[in-house]
Ligand binder design. Structure first.
Ligand SMILES: Nc1ncnc2c1ncn2[C@@H]1O[C@H](COP(=O)(O)OP(=O)(O)OP(=O)(O)O)[C@@H](O)[C@H]1O
Ligand SMILES: [Mg+2]
Length: 287
């Protein structure tokens, strides 16, 4: 059980006569549990379009999906309960403005639980809990979401999805616009949810340091096509990134520089700053 893409193509209508293929012929299996996936690719490569298919927010123009046993094709099907798919797969949008619409933060976060028939008092409790998970205190509950900063809006939209407690989480650039400390705290939260519940989590990001440090699977989109599906370890040891005009993690870039410029016999594949320091001390103490 999970989210299965079967030769999915999505074409947007275009001002010119031709339609525009945002994703092409994607076949892909994401299981319900044990996956912590980074979805990467340059701007316009189709990441958000792919993500929107994962809870049937949009439909393929050809191909099909199986989302938690629901067969999704080109058209809306009356027999399918789309609302229950939203409980299976929670999607946090790239731009929180599109997700927030109530006049208070509390109402916004409670919207999902209430929609899934959670009683009011319990929904209030869930809103408080979710808000604290994303690092905002209770004073935010009565505030108008539209008056918040970009980073705060992002956190509130994430809280709204966490409050639904979906089986799988899909987050479209959840850490963009946050300061480094906020970014790390949120990543630790997602990792913690994943480790405790085994729920699969898919995160769209441009940050290769995060991809290397946290994830167990990476998907790379290039011009709407899937150009890589494997572990970050294999990705960063391959030449896929160069072909996609994507960057390497800072740890690898730094160690590669030291290896080439200073001719040090270094293992460049280190995931975090502690490992980098250890490797540099190892090599320099041998000198
Ligand atoms: N509603 C739409 N109508 C027409 N074209 C669209 C629409 N949404 C996206 N596109 C086009 O489809 C392509 C893929 O867009 P998408 O938003 O999926 O890319 P992305 O990888 O998420 O990019 P980014 O990193 O900038 O968020 C882009 O060329 C975009 O211009
Ligand atoms: Mg996008």
């Amino acid at each position: 059980m999970g989210i299965y893409f079967n030769e999915v193509t999505h074409e947007y209508p275009s001002y010119t006569k031709k339609t525009y293929k945002a994703i092409q012929n994607i076949s892909l299996k994401i299981e319900k549990e044990n996956e912590f996936i980074a979805l990467i690719g340059h701007t316009g490569s189709g990441k958000s379009t792919l993500a929107k298919h994962m809870n049937a927010l949009i439909f393929p123009t050809s191909g099909s999906l199986d989302i938690f046993g629901n067969h999704i094709t080109q058209k809306r099907d009356k027999k399918i309960k789309y609302n229950s798919i939203r409980k299976n797969v929670g999607l946090v949008f790239q731009f929180p403005e599109y997700q927030l619409f109530e006049e208070t933060v509390e109402k916004d976060i409670m919207f999902g639980p209430l929609n899934f028939k959670v009683p009011l008092e319990e929904a209030k409790k869930k809103a408080k809990e979710a808000l604290s998970l994303v690092g905002l205190d209770e004073s935010y509950l009565k505030r108008n979401p539209f008056n918040l900063s970009g980073g705060e809006k992002k956190r509130v939209s994430i809280a709204g999805i966490l409050a639904i407690d979906p089986d799988v989480l899909v987050l479209d650039e959840p850490t963009s616009g946050l300061d480094p400390a906020g970014r790390d705290t949120l990543m630790e939260l997602f990792l913690d949810i994943h480790n405790k519940t085994k729920k699969s989590i898919i995160i769209i990001t441009h940050d290769m340091d995060l991809v290397y440090k946290y994830f167990n699977r990476a998907l790379v989109l290039k011009d709407g096509e899937l150009s890589f599906d494997g572990t970050p370890d294999d990705l960063f040891r391959s030449d896929v990134l160069e072909h996609n005009h994507l960057d390497y993690p800072n740890t690898i870039k730094t160690l590669k520089y030291l290896k080439e410029e200073l001719k040090l016999d270094i293992d460049i594949y280190k995931k975090n700053i502690d490992e980098v320091i250890k490797e540099i001390s190892r090599v320099t103490s041998n000198e």
